[in-house]
Design a protein around this ligand. Sequence first.
Ligand code: SF4
Length: 466
Amino acid sequence: MLLHLPVVTFKETPLHHCGIVGIYSHKKINVPKELFYPLFSLQHRGQESCGIAYHHSRGQLITYKDLGMVGNVLSHYLTETHSSYTGIGHVRYSTRGGNKLENAQPVLAVCNKGQIALAHNGNISNSMFLKNELIREGSILQSTSDTELILHYIAKSKRNDFTESLMETLERVEGAYSFVMIHNDTLIAARDPYGFRPLVIGEKSDMMEFASETCALDILGMNYTREVNPGEIILVNKYGKQSVALHKKDRRCQCIFELIYFARPDSILFGYPVHTIRKKMGGFLAHIDNLPGDIVCAVPDSGNSAALGYSESSGVGLEYGLTRNHYSGRTFIQPAPDMRESGVRMKLHPMKAVINGKRVILIDDSLVRGTTSRIIVKLIKEAGAKEVHLRLCAPEIKYPCFFGIDIPTKEELISNRMSPADIAHYIGADSVRFLPLEYLRQCVSNPEDFCFACFNGNYPFDVKDR
Ligand code: SF4
């Protein structure tokens, strides 16, 4: 029997929302099995629940989902055969809505427009407004997640053509969304007009795939062709492929945190190889630092690429200072403060032989509340480090995110309460330094196409659900 206990990540980085996959094949394939592998590659984007939707042999859309990870919930599909043409899948980390089975995706609906299954990544930032409107008009909502809203508005639309109903719905929705949907036998992929969340396209012979990251294309041997453009809706069925566009916004707003932390380092996102960008971040940190250290160490895994960049740029050797126990899982670490330290100790182990007597430059991705970094610094000092200097690839996080990333309230963010010197004192480090925003912007060639709102508070539009 599977135990479904609260998921608490040991790291205190901002947490992500979801990963999505959609496949269409012109020849019949074993759809659930084909979905398993890309979902498995996107597990880092959400560990609380997962699910798929595909056509049953009699043409009906069915969904299978549960709380838990892909390997536990969906592995039975590896030995079963369910032949059809299209399917979608989802891994979920809950931000809005909580960790409940009724919020797991894909969401399935049968309405006046036919059968629809939807898997969504992001946050609809006017969802309270839309929910109130629906309730006032008599709708019954079954879940607390945003996804259901899209289905309600599609069903309510007076347009006869499904694509027009969908476009009418999406013109009302504000915020961040990338989604995959099945309507009858058509696979649909869409990205919000600001392009907050990624959505990439892969193709091979008779098959097409949409996914949150290119690592989910690679595992099926797909050739990465391009991203779904911001505001683009792509429909694929037996008649071919059609692309339609929503009203254009005056700018893009791609989430820079995808490159800092969320995405897998082997993915290409927003046109950038993630590992290369993280190395650049580490290189810039070294460039502004000029710190006499003996070794550079990463907080694994999210600090790995940046630590390499720091080491190459500074000439200080990269060492394997912390090992990570990949078997401790993410599902049973309790949120109580006294359990947090044992949770971190179960996950990270300092290499005494490497650290003892050294001035350690420790590279991590970002700092949210500071409580986990405090434990990590303690572990490294206990292992005999002479000094620990924490370096972060992100600027100071000072503002919440309304676009699908679980950043705590302004008051909880340590950088709103303390200076870097005070943070160093609080976490027991000898110094703390953040990558300045102007250097982070230089890591990409088109910074004006990115969102940096959690660092500078410049939201691209007036958010209704603040
Ligand atoms: S506010 Fe921060 S986390 Fe949210 S979309 Fe913008 S860059 Fe990403």
